[in-house]
Write a protein that binds this ligand. Structure first.
Ligand code: SF4
Length: 398
């Protein structure tokens, strides 16, 4: 248990299948698929996907996250960020199967927001999210005990980013908190602070699991200072913080980050400005605070897409988000000069696990009457996560 007295917990086993277990190299190949997973080089893959998709008709609804590969996006009925996709799924009550081309926590949200009659399927169970995995429910419950011991829990509202497990969302529901997206984090934080005396009071927010989104929102949009923020490290006794630090803090940031956005640096921003005169640097708020403050514009994936749609022809842009989306935006806007903020940053490896062979295997399995990789959230967690999600939906702007 992580307590102020000193010992700490290993994360609880994840429902998600993690790759690379121990020294077993075979475990890194991925998750076994019942039946035969088509070979990546099979020249009939596109034709097979089309045929299976047509055979399913309105019985299936295929969702594609913006960070998915082009070969998968080509078969998506709708594309979007995680929250938009979950709402799109909820708006299709007649679809028997929701095929979620994204990562595990997104499929969980879709299961929470859809009816019991609908089945949500994730084409590859190894498609997780390193950020979501950085906050296990046991660790969060232990962290709350630390806040109780420090005498600050009653003045603290938990807020979790959509990019978290259903169990963490349920935790915020049970503790009078809410969920937020990268678009509405500032609204969710104002709501949370209002519940504990307002921004000028002494109340706090426990923000999970992305420390960067929490810090960027609090400092650049709410006017709090960097000194108001502390980082709670779940692997250190007491989160690595003193009681005094916890009492003085306004934002208690979970030590988590996105493995993709966390790699951009202020050096990348300086380099692209030197290489591309007049470039506008546009980054996602999961980037570090130094990158966000060095950039010209900051916003969610939907914001980034809209900004390029509205851009003046001939202008230059450097984008700091996942590479699949940036490449697609560059192709869609030949009149713009679109650059990736750091040429060495890779794709989101877990998003990329969903490829055409997995999609074909999933669709053909459904045609054959077999539901593969169904994602089902525990009923009690689903109930409380729904409470937290509904609180978010009730925030201004929804
Ligand atoms: S891009 Fe980052 S936050 Fe999104 S799924 Fe990948 S690791 Fe998770």
């Amino acid at each position: 248990m992580t307590t102020s007295t000193g010992t700490f917990a290993e994360p609880a086993p994840s429902a998600l299948l993690l790759l690379g277990r121990g020294a077993d190299l075979a475990s890194e190949r991925g998750v076994e698929c019942v039946g035969a997973l088509p070979a990546p080089g099979d020249p009939t893959l596109v034709e097979r996907a089309r045929a299976a998709r047509a055979a399913l008709g309105d019985r299936a609804f295929v969702l594609g996250h913006h960070y998915q590969r082009d070969e998968v996006i080509a078969f998506a009925d709708v594309t979007g960020d995680s929250f938009k996709l979950a709402r799109e799924a909820a708006a299709r009550p007649d679809a028997e199967f929701v095929v979620f081309c994204g990562v595990h926590f997104m499929a969980e949200s879709a299961d929470i927001l859809t009816s019991d009659a609908q089945q949500v399927v994730l084409p590859d169970l190894a498609a997780g999210c390193s950020m979501a995995d950085m906050a296990a429910i046991d660790q969060v419950e232990d962290a709350w005990d630390v806040l109780v011991d420090a005498g600050v829990a009653q003045d603290t509202v938990p807020v979790t980013y959509m990019n978290s497990t259903a169990a963490i969302k349920a935790f915020t529901g049970r503790h009078d908190g809410t969920v937020c997206t990268s678009s509405n984090a500032h609204v969710a934080l104002r709501w949370a602070f209002d519940r504990v005396g307002g921004l000028d009071g002494r109340g706090k927010v426990l923000f999970m699991p992305d420390q960067h989104l929490g810090r960027n929102t609090a400092v650049t949009q709410l006017g709090l200072s960097l000194d108001d923020c502390v980082v709670f490290d779940p692997r250190r006794p007491g989160g690595g913080l003193t009681t005094r630090q916890l009492r003085d803090a306004r934002m208690i940031l979970w030590r988590g980050h996105c493995s993709v956005h966390g790699r951009f640096s202020a050096r990348n921003v300086a380099d692209v400005r030197a290489a591309v005169p007049g470039v506008t640097v546009l980054v996602h708020p999961e980037c570090t605070h130094e990158v966000v403050t060095a950039a010209d514009m900051v916003g969610s994936t939907e914001y980034i897409i809209k900004a390029l749609d509205a851009a003046e022809p001939g202008t230059s842009w450097a984008i700091g988000t996942e590479l699949n989306l940036v490449r697609r935006l560059a192709a869609q806007h030949p009149g713009l000069s679109v650059h990736y903020l750091d040429s060495t940053v890779c794709f989101c490896s877990t998003m990329n696990r969903i490829d055409l062979p997995h999609l074909v295997w999933t669709l053909e399995s459904l045609v054959e009457g077999r539901v593969p990789n169904r994602i089902v959230v525990d009923a009690d967690d689903a109930r409380w996560a729904r409470v937290a999600l509904d609180r978010m939906l009730a925030l201004p702007g929804h």
